[in-house]
Design a protein around this ligand. Structure first.
Ligand SMILES: [Zn+2]
Length: 115
């Protein structure tokens, strides 16, 4: 259960970032998840909900931004979105590429209500 352990890490990050007395005021937790990480976003959300029931984070919404896998070709310089994970430039077929995005797995913001 890859997603469950990620959900547990998210809870840990939030718990370590937000003071205990403010945990119940967390409204939204924003994350970026890259396409190459292999996370099923719906199952990550489900896991997060499941493990926060009955905790101060019960009301918190996990908002996940899916980041596409993108490579930049060092031969033609173009950036391409890749769906199959093959690091070959679809424009000039070069394998001289580097990964631009798609490996993200980070909590980017935690929003807390004012009152
Ligand atoms: Zn190219």
């Amino acid at each position: 259960m890859h997603e469950l352990s990620i959900a547990q890490s998210v809870v840990e990050i939030v718990t370590n970032t937000v003071r205990q007395e403010n945990l119940h005021r967390v409204l939204v937790i924003r994350m970026k998840v890259g396409a190459m990480v292999g996370v099923v976003i719906d199952s990550l959300k489900f896991s997060f909900q499941a493990i926060t029931v009955g905790t101060p984070l019960e009301q918190a919404q996990l908002t996940i931004e899916a980041v596409p896998f993108q490579i930049q070709c060092t031969t033609c310089g173009r950036v391409s979105k890749i769906d199959d994970g093959v690091v070959q430039c679809p424009l000039c077929n070069s394998f001289e590429t580097c990964v631009v995005s798609g490996n993200e797995l980070t909590v980017t913001a935690i929003e807390i209500s004012d009152d």
